[in-house]
Design a binder for this molecule. Structure first.
Ligand SMILES: C[S@@+](CC[C@H](N)C(=O)[O-])C[C@H]1O[C@@H](n2cnc3c(N)ncnc32)[C@H](O)[C@@H]1O
Length: 248
């Protein structure tokens, strides 16, 4: 029997494990067994149920994902990522990244990490500000982002942009970055304390982290960002951006 993927499009509805238990009870007579596939980025939003034959379930025990299910997961998260990109593009038309980033304080020659860069519009805006002697590391968890950024890099002839695909570790040296951009991602992070530690590690003493997140209220931003004692609020840069200095 072949593995089959069940209800991928209804998956956002199936957030609770009880659905999986219920599914397994209902369909066990057909030799189908549902497993939950989580995605590092989307797991707060998406649970994909795959119905497996008993044999496939045995060959791919809990935690392991068969090739078919993995392919399905990639297709599904790819669609979700592209939908996010469409929404972001609409927002960029309303609030152009070049305008938002202008008062942030990025200087010529700066090394910038754009953490959770998505389609890379802030990456391009920052690349122009730092000029040919600066550098932008554009990091995102999703591989589609790296492709989008590389496309923009070619289109705008930017030699100073490098992509990183990661969900946390940047691979950058200690104290090697002047500015970190953390735009519209903080609310998504499953473990913000761990990410902030990494961003603190790579920032140079005297460097700063520029943050914005329209999903959060100002008091939550200030509290969340300063909770670990690694960053201290410095100033607002425009209406929606908050700059924090690196403590220590
Ligand atoms: C809403 S988009 C924001 C994109 C961009 N910063 C902007 O403001 O236009 C959030 C991005 O964060 C990425 N992301 C989510 N979790 C991540 C993680 N743990 N590490 C790195 N990137 C992550 C997503 O793939 C997505 O591209």
């Amino acid at each position: 029997m072949r593995e089959m993927v069940v209800f991928p499009l209804l998956a956002p509805l199936f957030r609770s494990d009880q659905w999986i238990v219920a599914f397994n009870q209902l369909f066990s007579r057909y030799n189908l067994h549902a497993v939950k596939i989580e995605d590092q980025y989307f797991d707060r939003k998406i649970t994909i149920l795959t119905g497996k034959s008993e044999r496939v379930a045995r060959d791919f025990p809990e935690g392991a994902i068969s090739r078919g299910a993995l392919r399905m997961k990639n297709i599904f998260t790819g669609i979700a990522y592209r939908l996010t990109s469409l929404i972001l593009n609409a927002r960029y038309r309303r609030d152009p990244p070049e305008k938002i980033i202008e008062p942030v304080g990025i200087a010529q020659g700066d090394i910038v990490l754009d953490y959770g860069c998505g389609p890379g519009k802030y990456t391009v805006a920052a690349a122009r500000l730092v000029g040919e002697f600066g550098k932008i590391f554009a990091l995102d968890i999703h591989p589609i982002s790296a492709r989008q950024v590389r496309r923009l890099k070619r289109k705008h002839c930017l030699a100073n942009v490098e992509t990183i695909t990661s969900d946390g570790e940047t691979g950058l040296a200690d104290a090697s970055v002047d500015v970190v951009l953390l735009y519209d991602i903080y609310h998504i992070l499953k473990n913000p304390a761990m990410i902030l530690e990494e961003l603190h590690r790579v920032l140079k003493p005297g460097g700063f982290l520029s943050m914005s997140d329209h999903h959060l209220r100002e008091p939550d931003i200030l509290e969340g960002m300063q909770a670990g004692g690694l960053f201290k609020f410095d100033r607002k840069a425009g209406d929606i951006v908050y700059n924090f200095t690196r403590v220590g």
